[in-house]
Unconditional design. Structure first.
Ligand SMILES: [Zn+2]
Length: 77
């Protein structure tokens, strides 16, 4: 359901551009990855937010764009 989270974050202007600090205007789905599973000693960590997207700021005068699977870091509450 990560794309839904991204979509709502962009629509709600909660996805912020790290360069100009204005809301990111656009995103494009790049790949839906299989949920990342990290196995360590005695634990298994499953990351269900495994979508890669291309984020594009889209604000005037800002050319920031990034393809990332760590998009949650740009969401503010
Ligand atoms: Zn920007």
């Amino acid at each position: 359901m990560s794309l839904k989270i991204i979509k709502e974050a962009v629509a709600g202007k909660k996805m912020m551009c790290p360069k100009c600090e204005k809301p990111i205007q656009k995103f494009e789905k790049y790949a839906e990855t299989v949920d990342a599973v990290r196995e360590g000693l005695g634990f298994t960590d499953i990351d269900s937010r495994g979508s890669r997207v291309t984020l594009t700021c889209g604000n005037e005068g800002c050319d920031w764009t990034e393809r990332t699977e760590f998009w949650s870091q740009y969401i503010t509450d």
